[in-house]
Design a binder for this molecule. Structure first.
Ligand SMILES: [Mn+2]
Length: 421
C-alpha cells in the first residue's frame, strides 16, 4: 500500500473527530501461547488502516485542536540486547516511511505518557477517541480498554468516544489499491487450487491436498492464510467449519476446499468442490449444478442499490426451486435442512470483514463473497462454490477468475493434468 492510502484514511477520520479532541490507536501485542512461546502477532486492523504499521506495541496519536490536525507515532526505543535475539525493532525513519507521518513526529514509547500529560495540561482538550471493540462480555482486556480506564481515572472531564464503528464503516468501501490487493490474493488462491486439482487422486488424506495449496502460497511469498483451510472430503464437507483435515478422501467422493491467501493483510476467500477421481457421479453433478446456478444468478444480481439481504433471499429461492424439482425437498421451508448459512459477507482486511453490511444497499467499492452451498449429510455430499466480487458502477466484477467452474471444465482440467503425468 502507498502511504497516501493511510494518510487519506487519517484525513477521513480527522473529519469525524470533534474539535479539541485526541484519538489514540494501539497496534497490540501477540498473546502468549504456551511457555515462553507467543501466538504470531496480528496487527489490529483498524490501527493498520490508519497507520500502515504492522509491528507490535506501536501507538498512533491524532490530535485536533482549533482546526490544527497532527498525527504522531510512538515506537520502541532501540534495544541492542533484544536486537541480538529477535532483530532490530522498527526505527523512527522506517515508521515514518510506512505511515507517511514525518519523522519529526515519531517519538519513543517510553515518552508517550509524558507527552500526553503535557498535551492535556497545555490545552483544554475535551474528547478522546479510542477503538473500543468488544466482541464478548468477558473478552480479554485490550490496550485501548486499559487506556480508557486510565483516562477516566486521571482526566475524568474528558469525554470518551468509541471510534470502532466509524472506522469499520470506512473500511466497507474499498479503494482501487485495496481491490487490486484482494485481486492479487485471489490470483494466488486460484493458482493454489489449480495445483491441488493437478495432484488430486483418490486415497489421499485431506491434509495432503492442503499441503499442495500451501506450497503455492509459500512459493508466492505469502506468509499467512486468510483463515484456517477447510479441506473436507465426502461427508465431512457437510460440516461448515470442518478444520480437522486428517481423513482419507476415497474414490467417488467430493472434496470441498474453502481457503484463501493473504496479501499485505488483505484476504481472498474461495470455496471449491470437485471429485477427487476427476469424474462427477450423476448425483454429484446434479447437486453441483444447482449450486453453480445459484452462484451465477446471485452474482448477476449484484449492483449498486440492491439491498444486501436480496442476495440471501435469491439464493434461497433458486436452491429451493431446484431442490424441489429433483425431489430432495417438498416445500421451500425444508431447504434449511440442506442450506443454512449466509451467501455473502464483506471481505477485506478481515476475512469476515467489518462494516455494517447487513442492513445496507450495495455500493461501488464493496468487496463481497458469493458462496451458495448444499449439504446433504445422508448422501455424503457437500458442495460450496465461492467467488469474491467487487461492486462496480453498474454491476460487479469477479476478482477470483481463472478456475474451471462447470462440471465439464473441471473434468477436462483434471483429465488433462492426468494425461500429462
Ligand atoms: Mn467466505
Amino acid at each position: 500500500m502507498e502511504t497516501s492510502f493511510f494518510k487519506n484514511n487519517r484525513e477521513r477520520f480527522f473529519e469525524l473527530m470533534e474539535d479539541r479532541s485526541i484519538a489514540v490507536f494501539f497496534a497490540g501485542e501477540a498473546p502468549q501461547s504456551s511457555g515462553d512461546q507467543q501466538h504470531p502477532f496480528v496487527p489490529n486492523r483498524n490501527f493498520y488502516y490508519l497507520s500502515g504499521i504492522t509491528e507490535p506495541k506501536i501507538v498512533l496519536l491524532l490530535t485536533k485542536f482549533e482546526g490544527k490536525k497532527e498525527a504522531r507515532l510512538f515506537v520502541e526505543r532501540p534495544n541492542p540486547v533484544m536486537a541480538k535475539w529477535i532483530g532490530e525493532s522498527l526505527t523512527k525513519e522506517e515508521a515514518a516511511e510506512a505511515s507517511g507521518i514525518e519523522a519529526a513526529n515519531v517519538s519513543y514509547l517510553d515518552e508517550f505518557h509524558g507527552f500526553l500529560q503535557s498535551l492535556l495540561l497545555s490545552l483544554p482538550y475535551e474528547h478522546v477517541y479510542l477503538d473500543l471493540e468488544k466482541r464478548a462480555w468477558n473478552a480479554p482486556s485490550t490496550p485501548a480498554g486499559r487506556f480508557a480506564h486510565g483516562i477516566k481515572k486521571r482526566y475524568p472531564y474528558l469525554q470518551l468516544h468509541n471510534a470502532y464503528h466509524a472506522i469499520c464503516d470506512m473500511r466497507l468501501i474499498k479503494t482501487k489499491e485495496e481491490i487490486e490487493t484482494i485481486r492479487e490474493a485471489g490470483r494466488i488462491t486460484v493458482e493454489g487450487i489449480k495445483h491441488v486439482l493437478r495432484h488430486a487422486k483418490p486415497g489421499m488424506k485431506e491434509y495432503e491436498y492442503e499441503a499442495y495449496f500451501d506450497f503455492v502460497l509459500k512459493s508466492n511469498g505469502v506468509k499467512h492464510h486468510a483463515f484456517h483451510t477447510i479441506a473436507a472430503g465426502g461427508k465431512n464437507a457437510t460440516v461448515l467449519h470442518y478444520e480437522r483435515n486428517d481423513q482419507t478422501v476415497r474414490d467417488g467422493e467430493l472434496l470441498l476446499l474453502d481457503l484463501g491467501a493473504q496479501v499485505d493483510l488483505y484476504n481472498a476467500d474461495i470455496s471449491y468442490t470437485f471429485p477427487v477421481n476427476g469424474k462427477f457421479t450423476e448425483r454429484q453433478k446434479t447437486i453441483y449444478n444447482i449450486v453453480l446456478k445459484a452462484l451465477r444468478e446471485v452474482t448477476a444480481l449484484i449492483k449498486p442499490g440492491v439491498p444486501f439481504s436480496d442476495l440471501q433471499e435469491h439464493t434461497k429461492k433458486v436452491l429451493a426451486e431446484e431442490c424441489q424439482k429433483i425431489g430432495l425437498i417438498k416445500t421451500p421451508e425444508e431447504l434449511s435442512k440442506y442450506y443454512f448459512h449466509g451467501v455473502s459477507h464483506s471481505l477485506g482486511l478481515d476475512t469476515h470483514d467489518v462494516g455494517r453490511l447487513r442492513d445496507q444497499k450495495l455500493a461501488p467499492g464493496m468487496v463481497l463473497t458469493v458462496e451458495p452451498g448444499l449439504y446433504i449429510e445422508e448422501e455424503g455430499i457437500g458442495v460450496r462454490i465461492e467467488d469474491d466480487v467487487v461492486v462496480t458502477e453498474d454491476g460487479c466484477e469477479v476478482l477470483t477468475t481463472g478456475l474451471p467452474r462447470t462440471v465439464e471444465e473441471i473434468e477436462a482440467f483434471m483429465a488433462e493434468a492426468r494425461s500429462g503425468q
